[in-house]
Design a protein around this ligand. Structure first.
Ligand code: C2E
Ligand code: CA
Ligand code: CA
Length: 585
C-alpha cells in the first residue's frame, strides 16, 4: 500500500468518524430540540422567504394540518385556517411586519385545529434582514393559550357581568359610559334610565326567591329584546337596571319613547304561572343637562327613581331640581320628626265610625296630626313614609299607641256605649319584634280592654313581609285585639288570601266609594266585595263617605259601618268629645 493510499484511507476513516460524531451531535441536538419543544408545549415554525420554504414542527396531534408543503406560502396557509374575525388583522399585520425593519413579532389570534375547533394562539418570532432591509428568514413559535384566555374571559365575565341575567354589571356599564362619551357626536343626547321592578320583594315573599329570579331573568330578556340597538343595558343591583339610552332627538322624544316602553312592560307577563301584573318605576337623567360624570347622572336618576317609588310606582320621571328639593325636604323631614317628637308637636285626631243600620256611633279611628311650629299641619301621608324610611317609625308609633291608650282610659265614661278605637299600624311598625312586649306593658299601665282596640294594617304592609306579618297578626289576635284590613281594594286585592289572614274587618278604600254615585261597575264591585266579605264572616267599613247618596247606597249593599266626612271629620279630642255629646248623648 502506497503512502498516498494509506493517508487517503486514514483521512477517509477520520472523516467517517467525524461525520458519525457530527451525526450523533445532530441527532442529540434534534432530540434535545424535540424535548424542548415537548416540554415547552410550543410548536415552531420557520419561514425562509428567500427560498420560499416554510416549515412547521409540532408535537400536537390536532395541528397537523399546519404542516405546509413547500409550494404553499405561509401567509396563505395560515390565513386559510384563521378565524374570520381575526383574519384581516392578521394578514395586514404580518405584511406590515415583513416590510418593516422590526426584529420581533408577536400576535394573538384564533386558528382552527384539526377537529375544526378554534383555538387561541400566541405567535412569537424573530426576523433576519439582508443588507437592503428585506426579511430573509423569519422563525418563531406558537403557543396554544386557549385555556388562559378562557380563564381570563371567565374572570372578566365574573367581574363585569351579572351571573343571573348575563347582563353587564355596574362596573362594566361605567366603563362603557366612558367609551360612549369619548366617541359621542357633540349633538347626540344620552340619558340614564334607572329602572326598578316594583314590588319584587312581594314576589319573593309570596312565591319564593326562585319566582323573583325568574322575574328578573324574564325582565332582562325583555329589555334585551326591546332595546335592540345602540343602547347599553345593565343590572346594577338586585332589582335595579340601568339603560344608557342613546340618540334621541329631544326630551319630548325621550318621554314618548318611555311611554311606549312602559306600555310594553305593562303588557309583559313576567311570571309564568301567575296572573300577577308587573310594573316598573324609572328615574331618568340626561347627560349635559343633569350632570357630566357617571356618578352625577346615576345620582340624579336615582333621586328621580326614589321619587317615583314614593309616589305610587308604575311611572317614570325625568330628574328636575324640584325632585332633588323634594328629596332634601325628605331628609330635612327626618330631622324635623325628631325635633317634633321632642317638642310634642304630634297630636291624635279622632274620626267617628257609625253603624249603617242604626246611624249610631260604634267606633273611632285615631289619626295622627303634626302641628309643625313653622309649617303648620303636616299630613300623615307625608310623615309616616318618611318616618318609616328613616327608622323613626317605632318611636313615633309607640308615642301614638300610648297617647291613644291614655285617651281611651279617659273615655271610660263611654264604656257603656261599647265603642271601639282603631289605631293604624305601618308596614314597618307591624313587624317590630318587640311590639308584643310593648303592648303587654302598655296594657298593664292603662285600664283598657284589648277587645275594644282594633289595629288597622294595609294589604301592602302585609305583603312586604308576609311571614313576619302573619306571625305578628296571630300574636295580636291572641292578646285579644281586633284587626282590620285597611284600604282594601288598593293593594293586590287577591280576595283568595283574605281567608288566611286572621282579620275581623275590611275597610273598603275611599277610591271605590268615591265613584259609586256615578259608576255602575264600581257599584257592582263594592256590592260583591261586601257580599264576599260577609261570606267570610268579615265586617265591612265603607271609608270616605261624603254624601247622603253614598251613605244610603252602602247601607243598601249591606255595608256594616260608615266612616267619612258625611258623619264627621277627624277632630281633636276636645272637639270629638263635644261631637259625641251633641250627637249621641
Ligand atoms: P287611612 O287610614 O285610610 O285614613 C283615612 C284617611 O282618610 C284620613 O286621612 C282621613 O282624614 C281621610 N278621610 C276620612 N274621611 C274622609 C272623607 O270623607 N273624605 C276624604 N276625602 N277623606 C277622608 P289622614 O288622616 O290624612 O291619613 C292618611 C293616612 O295616613 C291614613 O289613611 C293612614 O294610612 C295614615 N295614618 C294616619 N294616622 C296614622 C297613624 O297614627 N299611624 C300610622 N301608621 N298611619 C297613620
Ligand atoms: Ca286607617
Ligand atoms: Ca283607609
Amino acid at each position: 500500500m502506497s503512502m498516498e493510499t494509506r493517508i487517503d484511507k486514514d483521512s477517509r476513516s477520520d472523516l467517517i468518524a467525524k461525520l458519525t460524531r457530527e451525526n450523533d451531535i445532530l441527532k442529540r441536538d434534534t432530540e434535545r430540540y424535540r424535548l424542548l419543544l415537548e416540554g415547552s408545549q410550543e410548536s415552531v415554525w420557520e419561514w425562509d422567504l428567500e427560498r420560499g420554504i416554510y416549515n412547521f414542527y409540532t408535537d400536537r396531534t390536532d395541528f397537523q394540518h399546519m404542516n405546509a408543503t413547500e409550494s404553499e406560502m405561509a401567509v396563505d396557509l395560515w390565513s386559510k385556517h384563521i378565524h374570520p374575525g381575526d383574519h384581516d388583522d392578521f394578514v395586514d399585520d404580518l405584511q406590515l411586519f415583513i416590510k418593516s425593519s422590526k426584529k420581533h413579532y408577536e400576535k394573538t389570534f384564533r386558528v382552527k385545529n384539526d377537529s375544526g375547533e378554534y383555538r387561541w394562539i400566541k405567535a412569537r418570532g424573530a426576523a433576519r434582514h439582508d443588507e437592503s432591509g428585506q426579511v430573509v428568514l423569519f422563525a418563531g413559535s406558537v403557543l396554544d393559550i386557549t385555556d388562559s384566555v378562557d380563564m381570563e374571559r371567565n374572570l372578566i365575565r365574573l367581574a363585569y357581568y351579572d351571573k343571573l341575567t348575563g347582563l353587564p354589571n355596574k362596573e362594566k356599564i361605567k366603563d362603557d359610559f366612558g367609551k360612549i362619551i369619548a366617541e359621542k357626536e357633540c349633538d347626540e343626547y344620552i340619558a340614564f334610565v334607572h329602572i326598578n321592578i316594583d314590588n319584587l320583594s312581594y314576589i319573593n315573599n309570596t312565591f319564593g326567591y326562585s319566582a323573583g329570579d325568574e322575574m328578573i331573568r324574564r325582565f332582562s330578556g325583555f329589555l334585551s329584546g326591546y332595546f335592540v340597538q345602540g343602547h347599553c343595558l345593565s343590572r346594577v343591583n338586585a332589582d335595579e337596571f340601568l339603560i344608557i339610552y342613546r340618540d334621541f332627538g329631544n326630551i319630548e322624544d325621550l318621554e314618548r319613547d318611555m311611554d311606549t316602553f312602559f306600555t310594553a312592560v305593562r303588557n309583559e307577563k313576567l311570571l309564568m304561572h301567575s296572573e300577577i301584573k308587573t310594573s316598573i318605576s324609572a328615574g331618568i337623567s340626561v347627560h349635559g343637562v343633569h350632570g357630566e360624570t357617571f356618578f352625577d347622572l346615576l345620582k340624579c336618576s336615582d333621586v328621580a327613581l326614589y321619587y317615583c317609588k314614593n309616589n305610587g310606582k308604575d311611572q317614570f320621571r325625568i330628574y328636575d331640581s324640584n325632585t332633588g328639593k323634594k328629596l332634601y325636604t325628605t331628609i330635612d323631614l327626618i330631622n324635623q320628626i325628631r325635633i317634633g317628637l321632642e317638642k310634642n308637636e304630634f297630636q291624635m285626631h279622632y274620626q267617628p265610625i257609625v253603624s249603617s243600620k242604626t246611624g249610631k256611633l260604634v267606633g273611632i279611628e285615631a289619626l295622627a296630626r303634626w302641628y309643625h311650629s313653622k309649617r303648620g299641619v303636616i299630613s300623615p301621608g307625608e310623615f309616616i313614609v318618611a318616618a318609616e324610611n328613616s327608622g323613626q317609625i317605632k318611636t313615633l308609633e309607640r308615642w301614638i299607641i300610648e297617647d291613644v291608650f291614655k285617651q281611651i282610659e279617659a273615655w271610660r265614661h263611654l264604656e257603656e256605649m261599647d265603642i271601639f278605637v282603631s289605631i293604624n299600624l305601618s308596614a314597618k311598625g307591624l313587624i317590630e319584634n318587640d311590639l308584643i312586649t310593648y303592648l303587654e306593658a302598655i296594657l298593664e299601665k292603662y285600664i283598657v280592654n284589648p277587645e275594644k282596640i282594633e289595629f288597622e294594617v294595609t294589604e301592602t304592609a302585609l305583603m312586604n313581609n308576609i311571614d313576619q306579618s302573619m306571625t305578628m297578626l296571630n300574636k295580636l289576635k291572641k292578646m285579644g285585639f281586633k284587626l282590620a284590613l285597611d284600604d282594601f281594594g288598593t293593594g293586590y286585592s287577591s280576595l283568595n288570601y283574605l281567608k288566611n289572614i286572621p282579620i275581623d274587618k275590611v275597610k273598603l278604600d275611599r277610591s271605590f266609594v268615591e265613584n259609586i254615585d256615578r259608576n255602575t261597575k264600581d257599584q257592582l264591585l263594592v256590592k260583591s266585595i261586601i257580599e264576599l266579605s260577609h261570606r267570610m264572616e268579615l265586617e265591612v267599613v265603607g271609608e270616605g263617605v261624603e254624601t247622603h247618596f253614598q251613605n244610603t247606597l252602602l247601607g243598601t249593599f249591606g255595608c256594616d259601618y260608615i266612616q267619612g266626612y258625611f258623619h264627621g271629620r277627624p277632630q281633636d279630642k276636645n272637639q270629638i268629645n263635644t261631637w259625641i255629646k251633641q250627637n249621641y248623648i
